[in-house]
Write a protein that binds this ligand. Sequence first.
Ligand code: NAD
Ligand code: DAU
Length: 364
Amino acid sequence: MQTFLVTGGIGFIGSNFILKASKERWANIINLDKLTYASNPQTLIQLQDSPGYHFVRGDIGDAELLSHLLKQYQPDAIINFAAESHVDRSIVSPQDFIQTNVVGTFQLLEASRAYWEKLSPQKREQFRFLHVSTDEVYGSLGPTDPAFREDTPYAPNSPYAASKAGSDHLVRAYYHTYGFPTLITNCSNNYGPRQFPEKLIPLIILNALHSKPLPIYGDGQNIRDWLYVVDHCQALYLVLQHSQIGESYNIGGNNEQTNLTVVEKICAILDELVPKPNFNYSSLMTFVKDRPGHDRRYAIDCSKISRELGFEPKEDFNSGLLKTIQWYLSHPTWVEQVQSGAYQTWIKQNYQDRIKVPSPRARS
Ligand code: NAD
Ligand code: DAU
């Protein structure tokens, strides 16, 4: 069986990828994760005794550790999920984003290239470096603009998006300059189990369950294309297995929704699953001051991955949301662990000064 070095595998998408890889026996996994605030060390605890899984706490920016790990485990592929990933945090403190997303990716590329250059011709030929990136590198769309394609020019608008764009450019350059066998994917918004509740969907679910306000930035009409995380993981595996080196693929759910619709759908599901007498969860919806530089719309044209690799998202948005809400309801300990003091500090910092604004209906 092959060995994958997965970075950031305790986070939301990485942990879903590793669980699927273990279940479907894609490869043995070495998981390198720094365990930042965004990770719960208990997340993959069910794999701790599995012989095909090994966890290492460490930083993708640590060149010495990387060189040691690569020598020890001789991976056939590296899948780089490790990143600072929350746009609002990148607005408040961008430095960590540059450090991990740009400098960290650079260190990972350098160590991986040095390792790859010493491999036997056969292993060299088969080796892959898959960099997991985002649709946010393309910037923002107007209501009738065509969806992002792989050749849409990069126009990142937030420090997060700029740091991911920087890392994408480095990865591309390593292929172009050194022939290093890279792959890049740019995916839309993921949702599903184990997402840290600073992001819209888990934040709304948990706030609603605690009868707290459901903060909607601006007029709630910003649009995201939502993809169930397991579909994303399947797409990544297809890219890893079948793509030509140097390629990039957009991945999306063909599922554009306004934030307001997403929040209303979550409230409607909770009304069914956790009913309260004479109460609708939507009564907690609160319009608050907008995110600075808030991208209006993302949409993904995923015809390339569909045509070339046969990828189609499987999960329907309503059933995916239901599964996601059920996961949060059935994992209260995980939720409690991630809603620690540091989480509360962030919530205070991000929402305390976000003054409430009248709803768009009241404004017009
Ligand atoms: P996440 O924030 O949930 O997880 C990131 C993980 O990386 C955490 O476990 C964290 O501890 C780890 N990490 C952070 N800095 C590290 C470092 N220096 N060294 C090692 N580990 C480190 O993020 P996510 O939502 O799972 O996103 C994973 C990747 O997918 C990111 O690169 C992100 O840009 C990209 N992406 C995310 C989405 C989305 O909707 N969540 C969509 C498209 C692309
Ligand atoms: O598009 C892919 C990107 O999706 C990933 O690269 C990022 O890592 C991931 O965090 C996500 O970025 P977004 O900024 O789109 O996700 P977030 O969940 O933070 O916000 C989704 C939308 O909801 C966005 O328009 C902002 C809005 N929002 C968010 C929060 C946290 C609110 O209205 N209220 C909130 O409290």
